[in-house]
Design a protein around this ligand. Structure first.
Ligand SMILES: [Zn+2]
Length: 487
């Protein structure tokens, strides 16, 4: 009689904060039951041979927008499947009331169960949600969301503040469906998040994520760029220059200091933005500040991202900016790398730079970009890659050590990766509903051969081999919702 449901033989494990070592995995009931120098093949009902390959912890893609432009269930299905191509086994997606998503507003007590209902049965990865608190009424729901619904993280968009979505020609109040979406709202939100974070500190980290761009400056720079008749992605970067990021970052940190709120500075796109994040962290060492960047800000420039199709907020910058972000990764300043996946069709990108929808998908490239552009090209250690995409997002969002590492007791989520496998990026190999990719034509080395969620193969040798509904909703922080953690 076999002792394990699955045995992974002959592989090299990449264990965050520990190192790279030859060892075999025995998996039982969806969890890692054994990490050993040798486990006999006869002990497993199923055996995966990882000879010559690396076993990485399943990535936690902690910045995602399931359902932003398409029906949520449909989007969850196609896009979470695509994520497994990149070695992702957990998705943490942003949700907010207002324009897009479910296109309505109201208390989350009514709306969030609907989100969970639309999600259930449609994910190929495990998943959770970060919630943007948009209205005054929702401010009172922060602790309910944490304690009842397992929403362990929140969001604020600095650039909605001025309600100057001139680029969308949509009036801000209609867009946010909120009354006072400004720094005052942010201050109160930080107070609420800080309070609940302190209360549940032992159960895992609870924090507020911030999209940092300043709307008043964006208004002025858009006018300038339009009057100069500039076009293309470079124009978009000049319309929302790095200065708008650094100003917002500094505002956010001043308020975090006043309230003691743990914060995540999302998708830092530029040298100025990362530098501001680093400076603020040095200046306020007692604060809990995490710095995030994205695949596209690392791997693309406004000259290489395929024109308007590469429109995203904050914009894609220059090679010098990307180089500085890579340096921040090599120096250990950047905590996590994410896709900021927002599935968007080419027809939504057509026509005018200012009316094209912002965002695109990239989750299927999470491990490939970091391994190819990071490890192969820049000498980024494999353990560091596993920390950036798996362990750190799991720790920062209350999922560790259930997710984000390879150890006995953890969920058996992993990607078996062939570091030498080389592919040119096309929309087809990404398995997303999105019909284009700004990464098209990039030659990347280091691709998952198998992606395994709780002991079951989801992506295997180029194909999705599981059905939708394999993914489970995870309440965070896990220490508050039934998972044993250390104190
Ligand atoms: Zn985003």
């Amino acid at each position: 009689m076999s002792r394990y449901d699955l045995v992974v033989k002959n592989g090299t494990l990449v264990i965050p904060y520990i190192g790279v070592m030859r060892a075999e995995l025995g998996i039982r009931d969806g969890r890692i039951a054994s990490v050993s120098d040798r486990i006999a093949a006869a002990e497993g009902d199923e055996v995966l041979d990882a000879a010559g390959k690396f076993v990485f912890p399943g990535a936690v893609d902690s910045h995602y927008h399931v359902g932003i432009y398409r029906p949520l269930s449909e989007d969850a299905e196609s896009e979470s499947a695509s994520s497994t191509v990149g070695g992702v086994t957990t998705i943490l997606s942003y949700f907010r009331t207002g324009h897009h998503y479910l296109n309505k507003s109201g208390p989350y007590e009514q709306i969030f169960p609907e989100v969970l209902e639309l999600s259930s049965g449609h994910f190929y990865t495990d998943y959770g949600y970060h919630i943007a608190i948009m209205t005054g009424q929702q401010l009172d729901e922060v602790s309910l969301l944490v304690e009842q619904y397992g929403v362990g993280s929140f969001k604020f968009y600095m650039f909605y503040k001025g309600l100057t979505l001139a680029a969308d020609s949509t009036r801000g109040a209609e867009y946010t469906m909120a009354e006072n979406y400004d720094l005052g709202h942010l201050y109160v939100l930080m107070e609420r998040v800080a309070e609940v974070a302190r209360k549940h500190r032992a159960a895992g980290r609870i924090a507020l994520s911030l999209h940092c761009e300043n709307p008043e400056l964006i208004r002025v720079f858009i006018e300038k760029v339009k009057s100069e008749g500039m076009k293309g992605l470079e124009a978009y970067s000049r319309a929302r220059p790095p200065l708008t990021e650094s100003l917002s970052i500094r505002e956010a940190v001043v308020l975090a200091d006043a309230t003691g709120c743990p914060i995540n500075l999302l998708h830092l796109s530029s040298r100025a933005a990362l530098q501001s994040g680093i400076e603020m962290r040095r200046r306020y060492p007692h604060l809990d500040i995490k710095l995030e960047t994205t695949l596209h800000h690392l791997a693309l420039t406004y000259d290489t991202a395929g024109g308007i199709k590469g429109k995203v907020n904050p914009p894609i910058r220059t090679q010098q900016d990307a180089d500085f972000l890579w340096q921040g990764i090599l120096d250990g300043e950047v905590d996590s790398v994410v896709s900021d996946h927002a599935c968007c069709f080419e027809e939504n990108k057509g026509g005018d730079l200012w009316t094209a929808l912002p965002g695109f998908g990239g989750s299927s490239l999470l491990y490939p970009v970091l391994l190819s552009e990071g490890s192969h090209k820049r000498g980024l250690p494999l353990t560091r890659v596993a920390e950036l995409v798996a362990a750190n997002p799991a720790i920062n969002f209350g999922l560790y050590p259930k997710k984000g590492t390879l150890m006995v007791g953890a969920d058996a989520d992993f990607a078996i990766i062939d570091m030498e496998k080389r592919q040119s990026v096309t929309p087809e190999i990404l398995h997303s509903a999105q019909d284009f990719t700004p990464f098209e034509g990039m030659e990347l080395s280091g691709w998952p051969v198998h992606t395994v969620l709780r002991g079951r193969r989801v992506f295997s040798e180029g194909h999705i081999v599981a059905g939708p509904g394999i993914g489970q909703y995870i309440k965070r922080p896990i220490g508050l919702h039934g998972e044993r953690t250390s104190r």
